[in-house]
Design a binder for this molecule. Structure first.
Ligand code: ZN
Length: 452
């Protein structure tokens, strides 16, 4: 087994409160030595002038499904790798790419994907499979029983917890949330929620999830708060979470650094009344795929696509930038992508989130480098108990990103959502080189993470 030395870099490791020039020796996939000496190694990486940090961790993304030829759509995982992400959690907002999340994890281990992956099992999918076909209505006792059975199987097979997409399944009652939450409590698993309502309804929706966590004593995550409360409700929503947390409730919250959300045009988001709800016009919608890619919507186009192509991906430019900033500078908020790509199309957050966050918040001086790195490595690892991740002490997994603090920036745009960022020099996964000078060197180093 070979040794690798990363030398001359500035190691920033918030979990260990380290920010200093240190050399790291890697052996057998782990950090084997942290030293100011320069021991001999089979391979030496000179990180002079660069930051050496734990690989970034994205606890809210959407894993790819199958391509037409049945191969796995790995475009989202490649986008993550290009940003310095080494571990991600998918299966969010109630949905999974495969019928069985556990089988997806097995598949990941068989083929190897660009990054390490854990999965939530989605409540919406499990509810549908159990026979809850009407997303606007409640489910009966028998359907609930089948759904819980399915969720339990998936959790037992190693899914990290249950995700909800309540906004997209408005028939979900508070009682149904409690039933699923009770299962999670019994199995020691967290829940993660795209909450019931955004904009004017966001604060009540935050309270609903906080109440579930309080009543059951379980861990809950409020997903992408920017797109939920970024319309004038942010201060109140964050304040409410702070209050609950100070009373012992186990709550986390995350956000992506963009003031536009993304979803399919057929979703409940665009049901009757959405224009008033967001105080906006049809033109706030940008169409991201199909024959109208790049075009702003019109009333006529909106109704046509809702009818004929409800899967069309949209980006909706409606959030208030200052509200997103309020979230991202709050000490409890972690940074996530919420990224999803279909055939390389989607929102630029998929391939831009982490470099953009570092550019907008660290490089501009809004927060320190240590705080920025904490939000994208140590805090998510701690919160979701990702053993060996998000830190660089001896014994930790050698999942590492080396980047240039002076140039790091996103390059993805609404026109080109997958253009790789600038300033990411190298990404190592388990001590092996996954990305070198912006080029993918090995896209199969990622493994499934299972939680039992
Ligand atoms: Zn969501």
């Amino acid at each position: 087994m070979t040794t690798t030395l990363i030398k001359n870099g500035t190691v920033v490791d918030p979990a260990n409160k380290v920010h200093t020039r240190l050399n790291l020796m890697i052996y057998d996939g782990k950090i084997a030595l942290c030293t100011r000496e320069e021991p001999a190694a089979d391979r030496v990486i000179d990180a002079q002038g660069k930051i050496v940090a734990p690989g970034f961790i994205d606890v809210h993304m959407h894993e790819g499904g199958r391509n037409e030829d049945q191969s796995l759509d790995t475009s989202m995982f490649l986008a993550e790798l290009s940003m310095g992400v080494t571990t991600a959690l998918g299966g969010n907002c109630g949905n999974n790419a495969f019928v069985s999340a556990a089988q997806y994890l097995d598949y990941v281990d068989r083929i190897g994907i660009p990054i390490n992956l854990g999965l939530f099992v989605g409540h919406t999918d499990a509810r549908q499979r159990a026979g809850g076909v009407n997303k606007y209505g409640p489910i009966d006792g028998e359907t609930t029983r089948r759904m819980l059975h399915n969720l339990e199987e998936e959790l037992a097979a190693g899914c990290i917890g249950v995700s909800f997409g309540i906004k997209y399944t408005p028939g979900t009652t508070f009682n149904e949330l409690l039933e699923v939450g009770s299962l999670c409590k019994r199995m020691g698993k967290p829940i993660s929620a795209h909450i019931r309502e955004d904009a004017a309804g966001a604060v009540d929706a935050v309270r609903e999830i906080a109440e579930i966590a309080r009543l059951l004593g379980i861990q809950a995550q409020v997903s992408h708060i920017g797109s939920m409360a970024g319309y004038g409700q942010m201060e109140e929503a964050l304040g409410l979470l702070d209050e609950y947390r100070m009373n012992g409730v186990n709550l986390g919250v995350d956000c992506y650094p963009y003031d536009a959300f993304s979803t399919e045009i057929g979703e409940t988001t665009y049901d009757e009344g959405w224009l008033e709800h967001y105080h906006t016009t049809y033109e706030s919608i940008e169409l991201c795929d199909g024959p109208y890619k790049g075009r702003r919507c019109t009333e006529e186009l909106f109704h046509k696509l809702r009818r004929e192509a409800p899967g069309t991906i949209t980006v909706c430019h409606v959030m208030i930038p200052q509200e997103v900033e309020l979230a991202l500078t709050h000490p409890s908020v972690m940074v996530v992508t919420d990224g999803f790509l279909h055939n390389g199309q989607g929102h630029p957050r998929a391939a831009g989130t982490f470099p953009r966050f570092l550019r907008q918040y660290f490089r501009s001086g809004k927060i320190t480098l240590d705080e920025a790195i904490a939000k994208i490595s140590s805090r998510p690892a701690e919160r979701f108990r990702l053993a060996g991740k998000g830190r660089l002490n001896v014994g930790a997994d050698a999942d590492i990103v080396i980047f240039d603090p002076d140039t790091i920036a996103e390059a993805s745009t609404y026109d080109n959502p997958v253009r790789p960022p600038i300033g990411i020099d190298a990404v190592l996964i388990g001590g092996e080189t996954a990305l070198w000078n912006g080029q993918v060197e090995n896209g199969t180093l990622g493994r499934a993470l299972r939680f039992r």
